[in-house]
Design a protein around this ligand. Structure first.
Ligand SMILES: [Zn+2]
Ligand SMILES: [Zn+2]
Length: 307
């Protein structure tokens, strides 16, 4: 019999890990420059260009991970119908054996055929634009794998737009910020997360500002799920979970949106919380969304101060 048959969920989880490994590295690459010089500062445009030249090797890794993410996500879709469809296109021949055959030893469908296979087999299809991007990323990845370089300079912002579009099409119903923080909480460094001094929320809070500023209105809506112009609020649950109060970073984690007059929903932890509407009594704060209940009752969701 065939052992270790993959599940659609395992493949999808691996796809998300590869995607966010690429994404996290990319945003950190922007953030490093932003912290020191400022991405939008015209006085440092020459430095920024020079910096981007230093980024090329990392961008190649990012491309490779993005290609891997797309391939795994498409395989997950096929696997949802039947894992054995992944063996399509290769007339498998079996010799006389009493041993189990490990699924991973079998040759699976070629990456180049994945988009068309998905469109033939699955109910959720991929678009022509997706196919173009898929083949673009794959070609670049192959060049990198075989010749040790993409042979052209990649503009980091273009790479980012490409990743946003890939995510929006591969996981249309998923919660981007939640997927991202789950990735942060699962990688090697999460071993050191003690919830007090180091945490996934803290890591996210440190790059959140750069991330929000980089996204265009359309990109923001596509992956965060709300208009970029919609007011954002601090999620006290995330602040509490991540121990952000200790770092004076509480006010930076504004990942919640009003979904009704008295309900906030956080895109990072995906939890909803009831709020009351009254003006914050902290001088200079125009906020009027105040928490009820745990973990911090009567705390302003705009400035983060207790009432
Ligand atoms: Zn939250
Ligand atoms: Zn306030």
């Amino acid at each position: 019999m065939i052992s270790n048959v993959p599940s659609s969920q395992d493949l999808n989880n691996s796809a998300l890990t590869a995607f966010f490994a690429a994404w996290h590295q990319l945003i950190q690459l922007f953030d490093d420059f932003n912290q020191s010089f400022g991405l939008e500062d015209p006085n440092f445009s020459e430095e920024l260009e020079e910096y981007y030249e230093h980024c090329q090797a990392e961008l190649e890794t990012i491309y490779s991970l993005a290609a891997q993410a797309s391939e795994l996500a498409l395989k997950a879709r096929i696997c949802e119908v039947s894992p054995y469809l992944l063996l399509l296109g290769h007339g498998a021949s079996f010799g006389e054996t009493d041993l189990d055959i490990d699924f991973s030893d079998l040759r699976t469908i070629d990456a180049v055929d994945l988009p068309n296979a998905v469109n033939a087999i699955c109910t959720s299809k991929v678009s022509d634009r997706f196919k173009q991007r898929f083949s673009e990323i794959r070609k670049l990845r192959n060049k990198i794998a075989h010749f040790g370089g993409a042979g052209k300079d990649s503009a980091p912002r273009d790479v980012m737009s490409l990743l946003v579009a890939q995510y929006a099409e591969l996981w249309p119903d998923a919660r981007f910020l939640n997927n991202w923080i789950n990735y942060i909480g699962s990688r090697r460094y999460s071993f050191f997360h003690d919830g007090k001094w180091v945490s996934a929320e803290l890591e996210f809070a440190e790059i959140q500002k750069t991330f929000f500023s980089l996204l265009s209105k359309g990109e923001f809506k596509k992956i965060v799920g709300f208009p970029k112009s919609q007011r954002r609020y601090i999620c006290h649950k995330c602040v509490f979970e991540g121990g952000l109060d200790r770092h004076d970073l509480a006010a930076t984690l504004d990942t919640a949106f009003l979904v009704s007059d008295t309900t906030l929903q956080c895109q990072l932890c995906t939890k909803s919380s009831d709020v009351m509407r009254k003006d914050c009594n902290e001088e200079g704060c125009k906020g009027n969304v105040i928490s009820i209940g745990d973990p911090y009752p009567e705390r302003c969701h705009t400035c983060g101060w207790d009432q």
